[in-house]
Design a protein around this ligand. Structure first.
Ligand code: ADP
Length: 608
């Protein structure tokens, strides 16, 4: 396998990310854009109404209008404000659905990309970190993928209002406007530097939180429940939790201190700014340069104006942060693949065709390892052949299988299907050729039938046929809802847990249901009792039919029913032949076989 360092990608700027989100919204939910515009209109209109209401009334009083006209004017202003506020509230509440929709489609893209990426990626810490970063930008309503609409709305509202207020204050005198802009900027940048301490230390916070979360998740992990009780892991977990909780609390306290300091500085600078601006206005009023209405108008504008300036800066900072999060999402979605997928040659499964699989001078090394796990492997699995691969734990059997299945590409050499290098094909098409039972069970919380068919559109007679052949039909018939019984209790309270052996049979039924021409079984009897194991050996030929199949086991006795046995040792094929041939050779296979059978015989005699 090549060194899997993911190449540095182009980063996306703020404008590019905003344009990306607008394009997505245009495609997935146009109403989001209309509502953003509506909210901007309401924001600007609302603030203008609030700004002009008192000066307008004052001016009317100065002009000596009738109480009737004054009342009408107040009524219109009030009505306007109520309407704008109601509309704003309505739009704000309604937009949530569209915003959530745009974010969820992004979440789905990230999720699908992870499920479909080249297999080595999911073992690559760098890729996993990128996934985590991408998800960070999409997890909550307040994450960048959704909150950006609010930020854009507020930023544009602030910008438009800023221009209007600037034109207004400029009439009072350039000094007032300049003073407000300068001191608002100082206040914002000083405060922001303090407040963003947490953001700058987000990796540290993430790690602390991750450790804390790990302790909680482990203590609730059903797979650990037995060991927690038997080994008394609870106190160890509590110690770990306490330690990480302390570190997390210290971090939070430090963060709070910075925020407090920032607020204090903000109050001081606001006092200075408003004091100076109001002082200027009062001086102008005293000199008779402003009427009472103008004075009130500018006085209100000063406090509002600083709000717009701060709003613009803080909007830009928030947008910058959200843009970084969105960049992480886009970079993740554009991660270059190690395998060819849609750009590869299509490869349809040929019905009734017997395939030849070949490893040609294959070497494989895990990233970061200092030696090859497998080297110089030359192996041709003939059409319809039943091959067994045996060897000690850690010999490289599973690695060999993953190479054959196309989950890894070799570091050197080639994997060939019917003589063609598999790297040229669309890898997803290649996977369609395999039915497999891996060591780790991978059921989902669906019904038994769905778990066999791997879809909700189940072909029931076929499911029962596969359950029968896998030896699980009797068990499923006994269940309260038969094949419609839910598996596991993680999601469905009425779910049923299967034993390890039963689960292994379910996985076998799933492999049979797929009915692919190449069959791979990695230690399929590990969780079976000896009787069930022997039953599976006897049925092996009928289970795999004419398919070309590879059977992995560390139990050498289990290979007799195969056409050929490979013994993997020291990264290579140490011996190969039929079971009898290898015994006759009297080499490593014979030695290991005799050793294993001695223990089995002794075990059997003790049992007797
Ligand atoms: P077997 O199936 O024969 O027990 P494996 O193929 O699982 O052996 O493993 C072969 C060797 O490769 C072992 O030494 C194991 O530690 C190492 N190995 C397996 N998977 C990985 C991995 N994802 N990263 C690094 N090393 C691995």
């Amino acid at each position: 396998m090549k060194k899997m360092k993911i190449p540095k990608q182009k980063t996306y700027g703020i404008f590019s990310n905003c344009a990306y989100m607008i394009r997505r919204a245009w495609r997935e939910c146009k109403s989001v854009l209309a509502i953003v515009l509506g909210l901007i209109f309401c924001g600007v209109a609302g603030s203008l109404l609030e700004l002009f209401v008192v000066p307008a009334i004052l001016k009317a009083v100065e002009r000596g209008v009738s109480p009737m006209a004054l009342g009408g004017m107040i009524l219109w202003f009030t009505l306007g404000m109520v309407l704008v506020r109601a509309l704003r509230r309505y739009l704000d509440e309604n937009t949530i659905f569209g915003r959530v929709r745009v974010r969820s489609t992004l979440c789905l893209d990230v999720h699908l990309a992870f499920c479909r990426t080249s297999y080595p990626h999911i073992e690559d810490p760098d890729y996993l970190k990128r996934t985590e970063k991408a998800q960070h930008g999409l997890t909550h309503n307040s994450s960048a993928g959704e909150a950006i609409w609010r930020t854009l709305t507020e930023l544009l509202t602030n910008l438009i209002s800023f221009v209007i207020y600037l034109l207004l204050l400029a009439q009072a005198g350039p000094w007032v406007a300049a003073l407000c802009i300068a001191l608002s900027a100082v206040s914002y940048f000083v405060g922001e530097h303090m407040r963003t301490w947490r953001y700058r230390h987000r990796d540290e916070e993430g790690q602390l939180f991750h450790k804390l979360d790990y302790c909680i998740a482990r203590s609730q992990d059903l797979r650990l429940a037995k060991d927690i009780r038997i080994f008394g892991l609870a106190s160890w977990l509590t110690e770990l939790y306490d330690k990480h909780a302390r570190l997390f609390r210290d971090f939070q306290a430090k963060c709070q201190r910075y925020c407090l300091l920032a607020d204090l500085l903000d109050v001081i600078i606001t006092l200075l700014r408003n004091g100076a601006a109001y002082g200027l206005l009062i001086a102008m009023a005293l000199r008779g340069e402003l009427t009472a209405a103008e004075f009130v108008l500018y006085f209100t504008a000063v406090s509002g104006f600083t709000g717009w300036v701060t709003g613009i800066f803080s909007g830009l900072t928030t947008l910058h942060r959200q843009s970084l999060d969105l960049s992480a999402v886009r970079e993740f979605l554009k991660t270059p693949e190690l395998f060819r997928f849609d750009d590869g040659r299509p490869l349809a499964v040929k019905p009734d065709h017997l395939y030849t699989l070949e490893l040609r001078d294959v070497a494989f090394r895990y990233p970061g390892a200092d030696h090859d796990t497998l080297s110089h492997i030359n192996l041709t699995i003939r059409p319809g052949e039943k091959l067994a691969v045996v060897g000690k734990n850690g010999a490289g059997k599973t690695t060999l299988i993953k190479l054959l299945c196309g989950l890894y590409d070799p570091t050197e050499g080639q994997v060939l299907l019917d003589g063609e290098d598999i790297r040229q094909y669309n890898r997803r098409d290649y996977y369609k050729h395999f039915s497999a039972v891996f060591q780790q069970f991978s059921p989902l919380a669906g019904t038994m039938a769905e778990n066999v068919a791997q879809t909700a559109a189940v072909d029931l007679p076929r499911v029962w046929d596969c359950l029968e052949r896998a030896g699980l039909a009797d068990k499923i018939r006994e269940l309260p809802q038969k094949e419609n019984t839910h598996l596991g209790r993680e999601v469905y309270l009425d779910g049923i847990d299967l034993s390890g052996g039963q689960m292994q049979r379910l996985m076998l039924a799933r492999a049979l249901y797929k009915n692919a021409p190449l069959v791979v079984l990695d230690e399929p009897t590990a969780a079976l009792d000896p009787l069930a194991e022997s039953d599976l050996y006897q049925k092996y030929s009928s289970l795999t039919g004419n398919c070309t199949s590879v059977y992995i086991s560390h139990r050498l006795a289990s290979t007799r029913f195969c056409d050929r046995v490979l013994l993997i040792e020291n990264g290579g094929i140490a011996e190969e032949g039929t079971h009898e041939e290898l015994l006759e050779q009297g080499g490593r296979y014979a030695y290991l076989f005799n050793l294993q059978s001695k223990y089995y015989k002794e075990g059997a005699m003790e049992d007797e």
